[in-house]
Ligand binder design. Structure first.
Ligand code: CIR
Length: 262
């Protein structure tokens, strides 16, 4: 596998949040997102992706699917091929039907499908330069993780199946791969021993939500409002873009969730 494929991207797919985002799934009731504010914040996010060097295909809102802004959960894109996934939440299952033709059009490579006996959300898949980690969670089943592992190993990716922390939605709610053997992680995920082979930057106390950051080419994108973690990331000497994420966060969404990158 290519050592930079976890952060070198030229293309991305995103979807504008619709008005129906107010009905999006959420673990804790912190109020529904405001659709207009969400769209404004989403625009800032898209601008940052473009500035980071990515050509973004922006799909229109899909009002039938309140969580469809979180396109990351529908597919996994790697240089060797893409896998159309099967999101674990029944209300999200239909989102993949709209993503598949977009991938067929824009992704240069083989497009495969997760077999129907399991579920995987893209938010539970962490790609680093040395392996792929799949977290079994309330959305990603053991059968889904195992099927995805088979596909990824066929493409030459060492793949480890683990468990996403119980208190969060997805594995990547708690971590991000920053390239060069470095991960950003919450202390609870570090304590699980998952990242023993990595250089770990821990998010600051009280800043767990900063862990879902994103490296795109030479830019680190993180949610605004997590100053101590931003300071810790300064050690990487890469530009850091801090974007407003309050509305996605109301639906347990972070920054990786809102694009498919390849
Ligand atoms: C959900 O519960 O599925 C959405 N409200 C949030 C999905 C966030 N996606 C991600 O972390 N990859």
């Amino acid at each position: 596998m290519d050592g930079q494929s976890c952060y070198r991207f030229t293309r991305a797919i995103a979807r504008t949040p619709g008005d129906s985002c107010v009905d999006g799934l959420r673990n804790q009731e912190s109020g529904a997102p405001d659709p207009d504010r969400f769209r404004n914040q989403h625009r800032v996010y898209l601008d940052v992706l473009v500035r980071a060097g990515v050509d973004v295909t922006v799909l229109p809102p899909d009002e039938d699917f309140p969580d469809s802004v979180f396109v990351e959960d529908t597919a996994l894109c790697l240089p060797e091929g893409a896998v159309v996934l099967r999101p674990g939440a029944p209300s999200r299952r239909g989102e993949t039907a709209a993503i598949e033709p977009v991938l067929q059009q824009h992704f240069d490579g083989e497009v495969r499908f997760l077999p129907p006996d399991g579920q995987v959300d893209g938010g539970d898949v962490l790609v680093t330069e040395r392996e792929v980690l799949i977290g079994v969670s309330s959305r990603t089943s053991a059968a889904g993780a195992s099927s995805l592992k088979t596909i990824l190993e066929h493409w030459g990716y060492p793949t480890r199946i683990t468990h996403s922390p119980g208190s969060v939605l997805h594995l990547k709610s708690d971590c991000a791969s920053l390239g060069c053997g470095i991960v950003l992680s919450t202390p609870r995920l570090v304590a699980s021993g998952l990242f023993e082979e990595y250089l770990v930057i821990q998010v600051a106390e009280g800043e767990d939500a900063a862990a879902n950051a994103l490296r795109v080419n030479d830019t680190i994108i993180m949610a605004e409002g997590y100053g101590q973690t931003a300071e810790a990331l300064d050690a990487l000497a890469l530009p850091i873009e801090q974007v407003p994420n309050s509305e996605a966060a109301r639906l347990d969404g972070g920054l990786s969730c809102m694009s498919l990158r390849f």
